[in-house]
Design a protein around this ligand. Structure first.
Ligand code: C5P
Length: 291
């Protein structure tokens, strides 16, 4: 079975407060984009789980989210079914694009089918939540409002397709580190939600990622990249999730590519890529397996 696990970007991210479980209460919009890991799944009859991939910077052992996902599904199965998973990693890890979470979600859906477990969406969501706060989003795709830890999801009508310029620095950022060093003031009750404002008037420019200040104070280069994109025709220039990617949303691909070329020249230590937003219908066509 060959499948694709698509990346996401966050269109705005608001931190509403700290929870008793150590997590933070968030409000964010998730949007699928056309950058995907390629996953090949082969059933094994010996009950073993093997995971491998072409990116040596990633641990493909038992701590990999794919292995953890397969293990959880195996525990739901009465027979001793095994699986071999091979990954061509195209979504840079530690970049805020949700690659590891998307891989895990696709594995849960694929094994549900392959091992004929017939678990409903609610059950896959429960398992996904245990693996990571971003995992449940990938059971929906398209544009979704994420609340709670980001794992309480409301699918929204898709917006018109945009070109997405991704600017990827060479370093990765730990989500845990960002939340531990938050510099946002949690005066959430009084805050007017920019996400709600966007949902009313569709003006992308109002959206803001409240994790940016924490990340930019440690990596000032990212602020400069964001500012450089803001000075162009981009409708929104932002960090995704807890970084390290900075993206720009554009009406057309040509402009995004031109801006990408300039950014690549000004910041030689980054990689630039132009992709597009993916609506919910196409998300399911591309992923190749559903709930
Ligand atoms: O759920 P995930 O493993 O992706 O989260 C990584 C870390 O990010 C968590 O251990 C937690 O420290 C932090 N986090 C948070 N609030 C969220 C999501 C993540 O504090 N809503």
């Amino acid at each position: 079975m060959r499948l694709l696990a698509l990346a996401k970007i966050n269109l705005g991210l608001e931190v509403l407060g700290q929870r008793r479980d150590g997590y933070h209460e968030l409000r964010t919009l998730f949007q699928s984009i056309s950058l995907a890991d390629e996953i090949e799944i082969t059933e094994r009859t010996d009950g073993r789980i093997y995971v491998s991939g072409d990116d040596p910077s990633i641990s493909w052992g038992e701590d990999n989210l794919i292995f953890q996902a397969a293990l959880k599904m195996q525990k739901m199965s009465t027979s001793t079914r095994g699986v071999e998973v091979r990954v061509k990693k195209r979504i840079p890890p530690g970049s805020g694009l949700g690659g590891g979470s998307s891989d895990a979600a696709v594995i849960l859906m694929a094994l549900n089918l392959l091992w004929k477990l017939r678990l409903p969406l609610e059950e896959l969501t429960r398992i996904g939540q245990q693996l990571g706060a971003d995992v449940p989003y990938f059971f929906h795709g398209g544009l979704c409002l994420g609340e709670g830890r980001g794992d309480f999801l409301q699918p929204l009508p898709d917006m018109a397709e945009r070109a997405v310029l991704l600017v990827l620095p060479r370093w990765t950022i730990s989500t845990r580190w960002v939340f531990q060093h938050l510099v946002v003031t949690l005066t959430s009750a009084a805050k007017v939600s920019k996400i709600n404002q966007f949902l009313k008037d569709n003006n992308l420019a109002v959206l803001a990622n409240e994790l940016e200040e924490t990340v930019f104070s440690r990596y000032p280069q990212l602020r400069k990249i964001k500012e450089a994109i803001s000075e162009t025709e981009a409708e929104l220039s932002s960090m995704s999730g807890s970084g390290s990617v900075i993206y720009g949303l554009f009406r057309d691909k040509k402009t995004a590519a031109e801006v990408g070329q300039k950014i690549g020249q000004s910041f030689p230590e980054v990689t630039v890529k132009v992709v597009r937003t993916v609506n919910r219908f196409h998300y399911w066509q591309i992923v190749g397996v559903g709930v």
